[in-house]
Design a protein around this ligand. Structure first.
Ligand code: SAH
Ligand code: TYD
Ligand code: ZN
Length: 406
C-alpha cells in the first residue's frame, strides 16, 4: 500500500516498472558502480482522484547543479513558450508594474520574454546550472525549491504576483499541497496561476508510458486538480489542450470568484468522464497495453539485431530512461544515442549505459534505424533529418504504437 501525496489516502499501484535509475542521471563510467536505483510504480488514489507515483525519490537526487535537461534544446519549444508569454502578457498583465513569478524556470526559455519587455519577474529554479544559463540571458532567478515557505519570502521581498507560471513543473512537486498554499499566498486578489503539464488523458490514450519516471510525481487530470484547488479556495477558470510533449493541458487558476469560468472547463470534465480517467478498469487496460508495447519493441529490436541491422537512439530524453530499462534495451540492441545537449554528450544513459554522443555522430555512423526517443519533437526532428530518411534510413516509433517508417 502507498500513501497519497495529496490526501494521504492509501492505494495500490496499477503498474510497476521494477528497479529504475534516475531518469536524467546521465553518468560517467566511474559512476556506474554507485548508481542509485528505486522502485518505480504508478497508482490511482480513489479518495482524491490523483494518479501519482507510489513513492518519491529525494528531490536533491534529481535537481542539482548538474541537471541534464536544458529547455532551450528544442526550437519548437522556444516558439511554444514565446506564444505562452505573449498570451499571458496580453490577457493577464494589464497593471503597471506587473510582477510575474515562474516556478521551474530552467534556462529562462519562458521568462526571457518578460525580461526583454522590462516586466518585473522572478524565476524559481533549484538546479543551479540551468538557473545560471537563465541569468546569463538577463532572467532574474533564485536557486531554490518552490514551496509555501519560499512563497512567503517572495511576498515579503517583492510583494504579490499578477501571474504565477509553470510549465512541466507542477507535476514535479510531490509537496503539491504546500506549493498550492504558497501560490495562493503569492497571488494578488485578481492574479492568476497559468501552468501546463503532460495530460493524463493523452498518456492513457497514446500508451505513452515513458512519461512515467522519477521526476513526474503526478499525472494530472482536470477532475483531480479541480478538487485540489477547491480545497484551497481557488478554482480552475480555463483549460486549453497543448500540442507539446505528446499532449499537455494548460490550466488557468484564480482565487474563487475572482474570474469568470470558461465553458471549456465543463466540457473537459465531461470528456474525462467519457475517457474513464477515474476508473480502475481504465488503468488496468492501460497496464496491459504498456506491457504489450514493451514486448513488441523488445521483439523488434532483437529481430533487427539478428538481421545485422544497426540501430541508434535519437534524443537522450528522460522518457528514454523508462523505455530502455523497462524493455531491456542494452548497448547491444541500440549502439548509441545522439543528443544535442552538451551536458549529456560523452556520458552514458542511466541504467543501461548506452553511450550518448553528439548529433554529428548520427550522420557519421550511419545507423540503419533510428529509435525516436524524442518522439514528442518528431516534426522538428523529421525536418532536420531529411537526408537520413531520403538515404533509406528508417525510424522506429513506439507511441502510440510500435512501428517502423521510412
Ligand atoms: N519549465 C521548463 C523546465 C521543465 S523541467 C520547461 O517546460 O521546459 C522541470 C524544472 O523544474 C527543472 O528545471 C527543475 O530543476 C525544476 N524544479 C524541480 N522542483 C522544483 C521546485 N520545487 N521549485 C521550482 N522548480 C523546480
Ligand atoms: P524532451 O523530450 O524535451 O524532454 P524529456 O527529457 O522531458 O523527455 O527532451 C528532448 C531531448 O532530445 C533533449 O535532450 C534534446 C534532444 N534533442 C535532440 O537531440 N535533437 C533535437 O532536434 C531535439 C528537438 C531534441
Ligand atoms: Zn489522494
Amino acid at each position: 500500500m502507498s500513501s497519497c501525496a495529496v490526501c494521504r489516502g492509501s492505494f495500490e499501484p496499477f503498474l510497476s516498472f521494477g528497479r529504475m535509475p534516475i531518469a536524467n542521471g546521465f553518468l560517467d563510467r566511474a559512476q556506474f558502480a554507485a548508481e542509485h536505483y528505486f522502485e518505480l510504480a504508478i497508482g490511482f488514489c480513489a479518495r482524491c482522484g490523483m494518479v501519482q507515483l507510489a513513492g518519491q525519490v529525494e528531490r536533491e537526487r534529481m535537481f542539482h547543479e548538474n541537471y541534464a535537461f536544458f529547455s532551450s534544446t528544442s526550437a519548437a519549444m522556444a516558439g511554444h513558450f514565446r506564444g505562452f508569454a505573449e498570451e499571458v502578457r496580453a490577457a493577464r498583465l494589464a497593471e503597471d508594474d506587473a510582477f510575474v513569478v515562474e516556478i521551474g524556470s530552467n534556462d529562462g526559455i519562458l521568462l526571457q520574454h518578460f525580461a526583454r519587455a522590462g516586466i518585473r519577474h522572478l524565476g524559481v529554479e533549484p538546479s543551479a546550472n540551468v538557473a545560471q544559463a537563465a541569468r546569463s540571458r538577463g532572467v532574474r532567478t533564485v536557486v531554490e525549491f518552490f514551496d509555501e515557505e519560499l512563497a512567503r519570502g517572495i511576498v515579503a521581498e517583492h510583494g504579490q504576483a499578477d501571474a504565477v507560471l509553470g510549465a512541466n513543473v507542477m507535476c514535479h512537486l510531490p509537496y503539491l499541497q504546500s506549493a498550492v498554499a504558497g501560490i495562493r499566498r503569492l497571488l494578488k486578489p485578481r492574479g492568476v496561476l497559468v501552468f501546463e503539464d503532460p495530460y493524463l488523458g493523452d498518456m492513457i490514450e497514446k500508451t505513452s508510458y515513458d512519461q512515467i519516471y522519477d521526476e513526474h510525481a503526478f499525472y494530472f487530470s482536470l477532475t483531480a486538480l479541480e478538487r485540489l484547488f477547491g480545497e484551497h479556495e481557488m478554482e480552475i477558470v480555463d483549460v486549453a489542450p497543448q500540442d507539446v510533449h505528446g499532449g499537455s493541458m494548460r490550466y488557468t487558476v484564480a482565487h474563487r470568484g475572482a474570474h469568470a469560468r470558461s465553458a471549456a472547463v465543463d466540457r473537459q470534465l465531461a470528456r474525462e468522464r467519457e475517457l474513464g480517467l477515474a476508473e480502475p478498469a481504465r488503468f488496468e487496460r492501460f497496464r496491459r497495453k504498456v506491457e504489450e508495447s514493451r514486448d513488441e519493441l523488445a521483439r523488434l529490436l532483437r529481430r533487427l539485431k539478428a538481421e545485422g541491422r544497426r540501430v541508434a537512439g535519437y534524443g537522450a530524453t528522460s522518457k528514454s530512461t523508462t523505455v530502455t530499462n523497462f524493455c531491456g534495451i542494452t548497448p547491444e540492441l541500440v549502439e548509441f544515442i545522439c543528443d544535442t545537449t552538451p551536458a549529456k554528450q560523452g556520458r552514458f544513459s542511466p541504467g543501461m549505459h548506452i553511450p550518448v554522443l553528439p548529433h554529428a555522430e548520427f550522420a557519421q555512423r550511419r545507423p540503419d534505424y533510428a529509435l525516436l526517443f524524442a518522439w514528442n519533437h518528431a516534426d522538428e526532428i523529421m525536418a532536420k533529418e531529411r537526408r537520413f530518411t531520403a538515404g533509406g534510413g528508417k525510424w522506429i516509433r513506439y507511441v502510440p504504437s510500435v512501428g517502423v517508417s521510412g
